[in-house]
Design a protein around this ligand. Structure first.
Ligand SMILES: Cc1cc2nc3c(=O)[nH]c(=O)nc-3n(C[C@H](O)[C@H](O)[C@H](O)COP(=O)(O)OP(=O)(O)OC[C@H]3O[C@@H](n4cnc5c(N)ncnc54)[C@H](O)[C@@H]3O)c2cc1C
Ligand code: FES
Ligand code: FES
Length: 497
C-alpha cells in the first residue's frame, strides 16, 4: 500500500506535502514554499553549514526517545523528511525568550553580519539536545561543518561550550511526549511517495518492497543520505526522474555483531556506526570523523560511499585493506563479494540493473593484525582526500622478531578506482615464508609502488605528489610500527623490572 504524500512535523506542526518535485531540497522547500528564510544558502553543496537544520527522529534502539541530528538542508531531498520532525531556526524562541543556543551567541558576541549565525545556532542546538555539557572536542566536532567569514570562531566556540544544564526547558521539551506520539503514528503509515513535475519519489519500508520496486522501475536512482547525489541536482542542475529512498528500509539500517564480524546496513548513517568501528579499529574511527563534517556524517552512508564509486571515496580503500565483503541483493537473490571486486573501472561497478548494496561485513581484528590509515587532504576537517592510504599488516612472532604473514596496501586517489598496490605487497610478503619488516624491505616496497600506480594530476594534487606521498606513507607506517614495538618492549622491561 502506498500513500501519495510526505508527512512530517515542521517544528511542532504536522505538514503534508503533495505534488512537489521530489528533486526539491529541504532548503528550497523552506525558503520557497514555507517562506522561512532564516535557513541560509551559502554554497548549496554541503560545505559551509549556513543551511543547517535539525532532524528529530525516534531513536532506533529506544523508540521512546528522540535523537536530534544536524543536517545540511541544501543537499537533503524533501522526501527524506517523512516521519521526522524538522526543526528550523525560526522556531527556537519560546515566546519572547531566546533559546539557550541563541542567547549564548548574543552573550559571547558571536555574530557580525549574521549570515552564518542560524547554521551555528542549529549545530549548537543539536549538540546540546544530545549533550548538555559538551567538552571542547565535542563542540569543535559539532561546529566543524559551519564556516564564518567575519566573526571568527573563538566567541562562537565559547558560546557553544556554555553548559545548557538547567536550560533544557524549551518548546521542544514541552512538546516531547506529543512529538513521540506523532512520530510513532507517522511510522505506521503506508509507504510514502511524492510526485511532482513528472518526477517520482518512493520510500520503501522493507527489503522486499525495495527489491520489487527496483524490478518494476529498473531506471530508478537510489538515494540514501543524498550527500553525493543531491550535488548533481544543486551543482550540475540534473533532474532525477525516479528517486528511491533506502533510508527507511529496516534491513538496510541495522548494525549487528557476531563473534568475528561487524555487519553494517548499507543505509545506516556514519554517526550510527562510528563508535563501533572506533572500538575495533581506532584508526578507522578517527578517519570516519574526517569524512565531511557532522552534518554529512549524520546522513551519509556506507552504501552511498561505495555505490558512488568515486576513486576518492574514503571508505573503500579501508574496507579493501580489511578484506571486507559486501552483500548485493537482486529481486530476492543475494550474492556476497569482496569490496575489492565491486569496482571495475572509473565509476563502473559490478552492480546489475535493479541490484543494490544490502550490507557490508567487516572482520574483527585478530592478534598480530594492524590497520593503519592515512588521509591526505588540504584541510583537516571537511575536506576530500588527495590520497587515502589503508594498510593492513599481519605479523607473526618468530624467534628473531616478527615476520609478515599477510599484507594489503589499498589506496584511494591513486587510480580510477580504489585499488591495491600488488607489486609493493609482493615485496613485503616475499616468497610466502614471510619477511621481517625492515628499512631495506620498505625501501624496495616504495620502489615497487611506482609500478603499481601512475596517478593523475588534478586540483587536489599532482601525479608526482600523489605517488611520492603514497610511497612515504608506507615508510611512515613502518616507523610507527617500529616505535610501537619498541615502546612495547620498553614497557614490558619496565613492568618486569
Ligand atoms: C561537504 C561534503 C564533504 C564530503 N566529504 C567526504 C569525505 O571526506 N570523504 C568521503 O569519502 N566522502 C565525502 N563526501 C561524499 C559523501 O558524503 C559520501 O560519499 C557519503 O558516504 C555518501 O553517502 P550518501 O548516503 O549520502 O549517498 P547518496 O548521495 O545517497 O548516494 C550516492 C550514490 O550511491 C548510490 N547508492 C546509495 N545507496 C545505495 C545502495 N544501497 N546500493 C547501491 N547504490 C547506492 C546512489 O544511487 C548514488 O549514486 C562529502 C560530501 C559532502 C557534501
Ligand atoms: S548552503 Fe552551504 S552547506 Fe548548505
Ligand atoms: S557573522 Fe558573518 S559570516 Fe559569520
Amino acid at each position: 500500500m502506498v500513500a501519495n504524500t510526505i508527512k512530517f512535523l515542521l517544528n511542532n506542526e504536522l505538514v503534508n506535502i503533495e505534488n512537489l518535485d521530489p528533486n526539491t531540497t529541504v532548503l528550497q522547500y523552506l525558503r520557497e514554499e514555507q517562506f522561512k528564510s532564516g535557513t541560509k544558502e551559502g554554497c548549496a553543496s554541503g560545505d559551509c553549514g549556513a543551511c543547517t537544520v535539525v532532524l528529530a527522529e525516534l531513536d532506533s534502539e529506544k523508540p521512546s526517545q528522540l535523537t536530534y541530528k544536524s543536517i545540511n538542508a541544501c543537499i537533503t531531498f524533501v522526501g527524506n523528511l517523512h516521519g521526522k520532525q524538522l526543526i528550523t531556526v525560526e522556531d527556537l524562541k519560546d515566546g519572547a525568550k531566546l533559546h539557550h543556543a541563541q542567547q549564548t551567541i548574543v552573550d559571547n558576541h558571536g555574530s557580525q553580519c549574521g549570515f552564518c549565525t542560524p547554521g551555528f545556532v542549529m549545530s549548537s542546538f543539536a549538540l546540546h539536545k544530545q549533550n548538555n555539557k559538551p567538552n571542547r572536542a565535542e563542540v569543535l566536532e559539532a561546529l566543524a561543518g559551519n564556516l564564518c567569514r567575519c566573526t571568527g570562531y573563538r566567541s562562537i566556540i565559547e558560546a557553544a561550550m556554555t553548559s545548557s544544564e538547567g536550560n533544557q526547558d524549551d518548546s521542544f521539551a514541552k512538546h516531547y511526549q506529543q512529538t513521540l506520539v506523532t512520530l510513532t503514528e507517522l511510522d505506521k503509515l503506508p509507504t510514502p511517495t511524492l510526485n511532482g513535475n513528472g518526477n517520482t519519489y518512493i520510500a520503501p519500508q522493507n527489503i522486499d518492497e525495495l527489491a520489487t520496486e527496483l524490478v518494476r522501475e529498473p531506471k530508478s536512482t537510489l538515494v540514501a543520505g543524498g550527500t553525493d547525489l543531491a550535488l548533481s541536482v544543486t551543482q550540475n542542475l540534473a533532474v532525477v526522474k525516479k528517486l528511491v529512498y533506502v533510508g527507511n528500509v529496516a534491513e538496510l539500517t541495522t548494525i549487528e555483531e557476531t563473534e568475528s564480524e561487524i555487519v553494517i546496513g548499507s543505509a545506516l548513517p556514519y554517526s550510527d556506526f562510528i563508535d563501533t568501528l572506533h572500538h575495533y579499529y581506532p584508526d578507522l574511527g578517527d578517519m570516519i570523523e574526517r569524512i565531511g563534517a557532522k552534518q554529512v556524517r549524520n546522513t551519509g552512508t556506507l552504501g552511498g560511499n561505495i555505490g558512488n564509486a568515486s576513486p576518492i571515496g574514503d571508505m573503500p580503500p579501508a574496507l579493501i585493506a580489511l578484506g571486507a565483503t559486501m552483500t548485493l541483493h537482486l529481486n530476492g537473490k543475494e550474492r556476497t563479494i569482496l569490496v575489492e571486486e565491486f569496482f571495475l573501472d572509473y565509476k563502473k561497478t559490478v552492480l546489475q540493473t535493479s541490484e543494490f548494496i544490502k550490507s557490508i561485513t567487516i572482520p574483527k581484528p585478530l592478534a598480530g593484525q594492524t590497520l593503519k590509515l592515512y588521509k591526505i587532504s588540504k584541510r583537516l576537517d571537511d575536506d576530500i582526500s588527495a590520497v587515502l592510504a589503508a594498510f593492513f599488516i599481519e605479523q607473526t612472532p618468530t624467534e628473531n622478531g616478527q615476520k609478515i604473514t599477510n599484507v594489503r596496501l589499498a589506496f584511494g586517489g591513486m587510480a580510477g578506482i580504489p585499488k591495491r598496490g600488488l607489486a609493493a605487497e609482493a615485496v613485503l610478503l616475499g616468497d610466502g615464508q614471510g619477511n621481517s619488516l625492515t628499512k631495506e624491505l620498505v625501501a624496495q616496497a616504495k620502489e615497487a609502488l611506482a609500478t603499481d600506480f601512475q596517478p593523475m594530476t588534478d586540483v587536489r594534487a599532482s601525479s608526482k605528489y600523489r605517488l611520492t606521498v603514497a610511497q612515504n606513507l608506507i615508510e611512515k607506517c613502518y616507523l610507527e610500527l617500529q616505535s610501537a614495538q619498541t615502546r612495547e618492549v620498553i614497557e614490558t622491561r619496565v613492568v618486569n623490572y
